[in-house]
Design a binder for this molecule. Sequence first.
Ligand code: FAD
Ligand code: SIN
Length: 516
Amino acid sequence: MQTDFLIIGSGLAGLNYVITVARKNPDKHILAVTKGNEDESNTKYAQGGVAIVHKSTDSFEKHIQDTLIAGDGLCDEEIVNMVINEGPKCLEELIQLGVNFDKDDLGNFDLGKEGGHSENRVVHFQDITGHEIERSLIREVKELKNVQLLDHHFALDLITNHHAEVKETELSCYGAYVLNQRTNEVIKILSKITFLATGGIGQVYSHTTNPLIATGDGIAMAYRAKAEIRGIEFVQFHPTALYEHDVSPTFLISEAVRGFGAKLRTIDGKTFMENYDEREELASRDIVARAIDSELKKRGDQYVYLDCTQLNEHEFKEHFPNIYEKCLSLGIDPLKQLIPVVPAQHYLCGGIHTNTWGETGIRNLFACGECAHTGLHGANRLASNSLLEAFVFSKRCATRASELIETVPLNSAIKNWDSKGTSTPEELILITHNRNAVQNIMWDYVGIVRSNKRLKRALKRLESIYSETEELYKRSTLSPQLCELRNLITVAYLITQHSLERMENKGGFYKIDLDD
Ligand code: FAD
Ligand code: SIN
């Protein structure tokens, strides 16, 4: 297959790029592949909303300051300025794309508050903002005549100089090898410009709010292709995932619930956030997650409680219908009973390093959204800045790619995927065991609080799973499960190695023995 623009991923970053390049280039062909159902993504599960300066008492300066404070000195200020200033335009365009946002009785946007924000500035649709965004963008993509969207197509590897018959000197991307999951065939997709929007890495951990697709494939592919990976040690843990024994992914209890007035309590009913930060429940995520972790370790408890019993019943049900229903389905009435919560992996602040236009160090390869490192988040992402970043950067990438497209030739002298010497997949159980093993190693040794000793132990164990999995990979026919396992191991290795190398605690990164 060949195309002008190849897009890998159909979350907000992928879909908004598709829409923008398709509109800018009506005579070009755009091909998007996604490994699950077309709407399956982290985007679909976003709850709180999109942080945007809107009301007159707020200002760009305040949002910029909040972002910089959360990022703990490691944000790129130029990027922060640019993204935050684009917020109002982003809101306007999302509305034009058909996305609904809640308004109050006076017709003004209902603005939620989340941790680290000095103002109410989060536009949302109930507590299912991501679902509403994903629905609207997919509908728009379907209207575009020059776009082909292939679901259940798993990108295996980027095509670079390594696969080209004629070698160029500059490292370049010529498309990707993709597994059609329905026919089990590997397709060579040649593309002038390739866009990675593969999302997060939550499945590296045994407790995560991310869905099963979040296996860091784009980061692993880019790393194999020799792109630069930055800031991957900055893993964000959300303080309040619903505690359910042995359930993963975990259901999120949005930070907006704390913004609404909910309090955290230990299981004997005592509040504790006042001992950790003057902003209490609305301190930034890293602080609240570490405070909960510390209380759990001190007390030997499995969870803390989120207390919503003092909140206005009507307003709670109106703002958080999805959370309310989920709790009821488990026998918890959140307005009468306390909700058990625990921190879980939620977001990756680092990833494939890009410039201000979303270009990676590999020519004609862009990266955007959660898989990318733009410099916006620094050491810790401010709540609800991720959807904003994905929207703003996907548009910038589309602008830059549209400028480039006429100058990029299609390289068709590319080798076919070599699957010689492989046989039917080994028992899936071997793959599942190793996936669980990686997740447990990462949760136990590379979690909220790290130490060099634990990181070294993690590395040793990961190395042995890596060798075993590479052996399996060499002799087995490809399966998405096996490819995801390889990618998870790569990402786990990168997080651990970067954590060992980091000699300073910042934002979401905390190591107890920096000097050892
Ligand atoms: P995603 O939306 O994750 O999309 C990635 C896509 O790539 C998916 O379609 C996936 O199937 C596809 N893909 C992955 N690997 C491959 C492969 N190998 N081949 C083909 N396709 C592939 N952020 C906010 O700003 N506000 C919020 O309120 C908010 N709430 C959240 C709540 C939850 C529960 C979660 C999990 C996250 C939340 N976030 C929120 C974070 C935010 O949703 C994500 O960071 C953002 O949606 C990422 O968008 P994306 O397009 O980069 O990736
Ligand atoms: C939430 O609603 O708590 C998640 C918001 C985010 O991840 O930005």
